[in-house]
Design a protein around this ligand. Structure first.
Ligand code: RUQ
Ligand code: CUA
Length: 670
């Protein structure tokens, strides 16, 4: 039945959005009242149509309504910021929009994604293979810390780096198409944690070890821990022109087998330096079955662990002069060289430290001890003065230890279980309090604020907050506005879904001097984000279709196997069959491919669409193959036709009204 324009208008007038919005703005919220009349009748949702009546029935208080108005993003309106969050042991990266907290994309990195064909195309498999660990194709990861590329200490929106704690690996994602382009395996360490952090012009991507092993993780018994086990930090050289890490230009520094933890790069005042904290300077190795203290007890005996302070500019010099060993192909500065050339210093830091965060001007370094109610603030100037003065203590490896009182600027009591700190544009720091389930706001001393180092407020968080991320909150120009707390436990926040609970991300308004306000909760569907970064959306400039038809997302140039319309073909060469196929709504050309059992099939697919959104999938049941081509993209799948049979292939993306007809036959004759 055709609907007339008049009927449309009439239906809109009775129940439609226009009237209700008018009611909210014009009458209910601003003007009050207005619960009478037909709009007040409950609908099938059980809710009345009048805004104030809805608020009343849903038990929304004025704060809730303000939060809703600050986050609600009407259909068709875009978010103003991107949040790039690690996906924890999903091995992926997630992209959210702020303030709506809508999930925009999952970027497959270390793990397969059948939705995006990641790990099934030759191109993505090749990237995963280069990142193999111990010669094993490693199809998952534990992503922790995303780092946006920086220019002069500000996010430039070009690249994103992410580490895999479980594999000691780093990935490079190009934000032109939000795709992973490279995975590098660290040849010295089997796991990492202090990655990724970039130097202010993305000269280097920093990755440091977590759990010590002999370098290259060769075997050594635990009673040789002190002599044979080591930590390490790697400075991966980033080639911005190529958009790739260059392992040949990268180098590492040997560190003591203290479990290195979070890291941060110096900037402005401290440009050229890097900071890494550590725990287990006790060098505990477990052994509870033999009557030794359990690992976590053994690793928490001392009151102080060590902040590692590294002069990477000078280290770069030492590397270029060849004063290095080469271990597994990686240039390595040994500890004795580091001491000799003044590249590495330690500073005591209290008490099972976790986060280390450099303040926006690079002048202060903030360390959080998980078992200490304070954050400890070190002055970079004091550190430099202590180095110049040259009176140090020494650890058992002969590394110089700067005395705590010589380097410490302030200790600010915040609460229980401080972990990670971000900054805003008002001279405040924001520190997660894990044990207290809160975020503390505190004022930095001069030159940031005149009111001195002190706590300035807290907001409760649901629950067990790990990292926090504020807008550009770890750059030289933090912008304040929003903070997202990445909470480990959600407990009672969401409708239950069985015993495995989701993680909870909370959006917090930090723009108001009078206090912070939690605006919105969002459950994460598949992983545990550790760190995240927030960038204004207009700094990221992705392409909407690939620049030319026949484009390789990997080489960012025309793919030699691109197939133009009309040039589709099947080429047999002995037992190798090469298919040059195009995909366009709603057809594959060719749509019948016949081979003989045992043939090697190399199947090139070019999506010849130039229209935004017109992606086509390619599913080949029976061969465990499923890939997706985006508009303009060419990719390849190679496989052995090892099992005879009749295999319909089809498009997995509902691309058109004739999407179901977008299929063909792959015939394998015995
Ligand atoms: S972290 S556990 Cu950044 Cu607090 Cu990895
Ligand atoms: Cu192409 Cu569905």
């Amino acid at each position: 039945m055709a609907v007339t324009r008049r009927e449309l208008i009439k239906s809109a007038a009775v129940g439609g959005g226009g009237l209700v919005v008018g009611g909210v703005i014009g009458k209910t919220v601003l003007g009050g009242g207005g619960a009478a009349g037909p709009a007040a009748q409950p609908t099938a949702t059980g809710l009345p149509q009048d805004a104030l009546a809805i608020a009343k029935q849903r038990n929304l208080n004025p704060g809730d309504i303000v939060a809703a108005l600050k986050t609600y993003t009407p259909s068709g309106k875009l978010d103003t910021h991107y949040l790039f969050a690690s996906g924890g042991h999903s091995g992926q990266v997630w992209v959210y929009g702020i303030p709506s907290m809508r999930i925009l994309k999952v970027i497959p990195v270390f793990s397969h994604s059948s939705y995006q064909g990641w790990g099934y195309s030759d191109e993505s498999l090749e990237i995963l293979k280069r990142g193999q660990v111990n010669g094993k194709l490693t199809t998952w990861g534990d992503t922790h810390h995303p780092a946006l590329s920086e220019t002069k200490g500000d996010y430039d929106g070009q690249f994103l780096f992410i580490n895999d704690k479980a594999g000691g690996r780093i990935a490079v994602i190009d934000l032109r198409d939000f795709m992973t382009k490279q995975i590098v395996k660290n040849p010295l360490i089997i796991d990492d944690h202090g990655g990724t952090f970039v130097t202010p012009n993305t000269e280097y991507v920093i990755e440091s070890c977590q759990y010590s092993t002999p370098l290259g993780w060769s075997y050594a018994p635990l009673d040789e821990y002190k002599d044979k086990y080591r930590g390490a930090v790697t400075f991966w050289k980033f080639d911005r022109q190529k958009g790739r890490i260059d392992p040949a230009q990268s180098w590492s520094m040997e560190l003591p087998p203290y479990f290195q933890d979070l890291a941060d790069s110096g900037k402005l005042a401290s440009d050229g330096w890097a900071f890494i904290n550590s725990f287990n300077t006790e060098m505990a190795t477990g052994g509870d079955a033999e009557g030794k203290p359990p690992m976590e007890v053994g690793a928490s005996q001392r009151d102080m662990d060590y902040l590692h302070v590294i002069n990477w500019k000078k280290a770069e010099q030492v590397v270029s002069e060849g004063m290095v060993d080469t271990v597994n192909g990686m240039r390595l500065i040994r500890m004795d060289m580091a001491v000799k050339h003044g590249l590495l210093y330690l500073i005591p830091e209290p008490k099972s430290p976790h986060g280390v965060d450099v303040a926006p001007k690079g002048d202060y370094i903030v360390v959080s001890g998980k078992l200490d109610p304070h954050v400890t603030v070190y002055s970079f100037k004091k550190i430099q003065d202590a180095i110049a003065k040259g009176s140090f203590d020494q650890d058992s490896y002969g590394l110089p230890i700067i005395r705590f009182d010589d380097a410490m600027e302030a200790q600010v009591q915040l609460g229980l279980g401080p972990l990670h700190t971000q900054f805003d544009n008002q001279g405040f720091g924001y520190t997660s309090l894990f044990l207290e389930s809160a975020v503390a706001r505190w004022s930095l001393g001069a030159p940031y604020r005149q009111d001195g180092w002190k706590l300035a407020g807290k907001v409760p968080i649901q629950y067990n907050v790990g990292h926090v991320a504020a807008v550009c909150g770890d750059t030289v120009n933090p912008l304040g506005a929003y903070l997202v707390s990445l909470n480990k436990w959600s407990l009672d926040r969401f409708a239950p879904t069985g015993p495995h609970h989701t993680v909870n991300l909370q959006l917090v308004d930090i723009s108001r001097p009078e206090g912070m306000q939690v605006l919105y909760d969002v459950p994460t569907p598949d992983g545990e984000p550790h760190y995240a970064q927030i960038i204004p959306a207009d700094r990221v400039k992705p392409v909407l279709v690939y620049p030319e038809v026949g484009w390789s997302a990997v080489t960012w140039s025309k793919d030699p196997n691109a197939t133009a319309k009309g040039k589709e073909r099947v080429v047999r060469n002995g037992s190798k069959v090469e298919v040059f196929m195009t995909a366009v709504r709603s057809h594959y050309t060719p749509d019948v491919v016949s081979v003989r059992q045992g043939d090697t099939v190399v199947w090139h697919i070019t999506n010849i669409e130039t229209a935004r959104n017109a992606s086509h999938g390619f599913a080949l049941p029976g061969y465990n193959l499923g890939v997706v081509t985006d508009p303009g993209q060419t990719l390849t799948v190679t496989f052995q036709a090892d099992t005879a049979g009749t295999y319909p292939f089809y498009c997995t993306e509902f691309c058109s009204a004739l999407h179901l007809e977008m299929m063909g036959y792959f015939l394998v004759q015995a």
